[in-house]
Ligand binder design. Structure first.
Ligand SMILES: [Zn+2]
Length: 189
């Protein structure tokens, strides 16, 4: 999959059933395609983001329906059914995390930033997908260990992950610009 074009990608015949099904179901292209599969986003975050957009994660509402889980309740708030919409936007706990992220980023979390630079949009994608990933990991830990961290701690984790990724991408951009070579020619950029 690495480096392949999603639109023309066909999964190898020996790939697992779930993956083949995800690929098969990916047409026609959806508006959020670019926000999930961006060259700046972390691949494992993109996979989770893609599954969230397709409501394909094994959330408790589904597990309960299939008799796998004894409860359909959200592990964060223990009040409402754990659906994708609840877990990643409506839950009070997730809302606190998202609100802190929005405050830090000065951007709305759910909708892509309007008229802004490519770089800002890429940063928004990295942060949003990191946040979704950290929320999903927290949900899985909480389900097993019955412990939930304060929203501030999740935000701090998202910031660390996103900053590291963005620093890597920015330094690779600078390398691509060949600044030292340009300066050796006297451009002084
Ligand atoms: Zn909840």
């Amino acid at each position: 999959m690495k480096g392949a074009d999603w639109y023309t990608y066909s999964p190898p015949p020996d790939s697992n059933w779930n993956w083949r099904n995800i690929c098969k179901g990916s047409h026609p292209p959806v508006p959020w395609y670019k926000d999930v599969w961006d060259s700046w986003t972390i691949p494992k975050h993109s996979v989770i983001g893609w599954l969230i957009q397709r409501k394909a994660l094994n959330t408790r509402d589904k597990l309960f329906q299939f008799g796998i889980s004894g409860s359909n309740c959200c592990v964060f708030c223990e009040l409402d059914p754990e659906t994708h919409a609840h877990l990643f936007s409506e839950c009070t706990y997730s809302k606190q995390v998202i609100s802190l992220i929005e405050h830090w980023l000065h951007m709305r979390f759910q909708t892509p930033p309007g008229n802004c630079s490519t770089i800002r949009r890429k940063v928004w994608r990295v942060v949003k997908l990191s946040c979704w990933y950290v929320l999903w990991m927290e949900r899985n830990t909480c389900r097993i260990e019955l412990k939930l961290r304060r929203p501030e701690m999740l935000v701090s984790e998202v910031q660390k992950i996103a900053m590291l990724r963005i620093q890597q991408k920015v330094s690779s951009l600078i390398q691509q610009l060949e600044i030292s070579w340009l300066n050796s020619l006297g451009f002084n950029v």
